[in-house]
Ligand binder design. Structure first.
Ligand code: 13P
Length: 257
């Protein structure tokens, strides 16, 4: 973390978990556990149908609500899809774009990720752009090339003044939901490389101000060590974000003065 230059953001990604009533219950429990002063921003990204319940439940808690996906067209005949304007109108602030599960199961590519980033920014949302390599790619030694490609294509055509609203999440696919976390050194190495990539594209001032998260089996027991790395400015948390106590433990790890 480096709070002098950029925000620390702890975000939960609920994936396809919890009903609207469970959302309300989670928020009530979280409210009793959250620290009074927070030095980090807290975000909860929920399934699209739970957004109205989440907006209502997290109101007055200084917890922002995020979506887990968005479609890139503004409106039209796209059965089942949700536009960026629809999310914004509900009060959504963040939207996860290009999560590896969406790339794996729903055919998302670097091209659609880029279109979604543009649509989200246009609507005034803050995209959380996910990048990360598979185990095979890491073993082949092509992690950095792949990350550079993902970052550059996601940000293609994004002007500098809009980049300030973007968050990049490094999520090695082999660490997601596996209980296998990247070591702090592995995570830091890639997050630093992402910042260098942004610096080459946008210059030092902007690179210094962008929030870069780590995601992949982040939990109370490893959060502090990961967040102590200067280029890791928060977490995108799956499993551990489903339990208020564990989520708060991670928030507290980011909340050290
Ligand atoms: P886990 O924390 O369950 O590994 O999930 C990480 C993730 O995919 C967050 O987007």
């Amino acid at each position: 973390m480096n709070r002098r230059y950029r925000k620390t953001i702890i975000a939960g990604n609920w994936k396809m978990n919890k009903t609207a009533s469970e959302t309300k219950k989670f928020a009530e429990e979280l409210k009793t556990l959250l620290p009074k002063a927070k030095w980090c921003d807290v975000v909860v990204c929920v399934p699209a149908v739970n957004i109205p319940a989440a907006i209502k439940a997290f109101k007055d808690m200084r917890v922002s609500v995020g979506a887990e996906n968005v479609f890139y067209e503004k409106s039209g005949a796209y059965t089942g899809e949700v536009s960026a304007d629809m999310l914004k109108d509900l009060g959504v602030k963040y939207v996860i774009i290009g999560h590896s599960e969406r790339r794996q199961y729903f055919g998302e590519t670097d091209v659609t990720v880029n279109k979604k980033v543009h649509a989200a920014l246009e609507a005034g949302l803050h995209p959380i752009i996910c990048v990360g390599e598979s185990l095979e790619q890491r073993e082949l030694g092509i992690t950095m090339e792949l990350i550079a490609l993902q970052v550059k294509s996601a940000l293609a055509g994004v002007p500098a003044e809009k980049l300030r609203r973007c968050v990049i999440a490094y999520e090695p696919i082999w660490a997601i939901g596996t209980g296998k976390t990247a070591t702090a050194e592995q995570a830091a190495e890639v997050c630093t490389f992402i910042r260098t990539t942004v610096r080459h594209l946008y210059g030092a001032r902007i690179a210094r101000s962008i929030t870069i998260q780590y995601g992949g089996s982040m939990k109370p027991s490893n959060a502090a060590e990961l967040l102590a790395q200067p280029d890791i400015d928060g977490g995108l948390i799956g499993g551990a974000a489903l339990k208020p106590t564990e989520f708060v433990d991670i928030i507290n790890a980011a909340n050290q003065e």
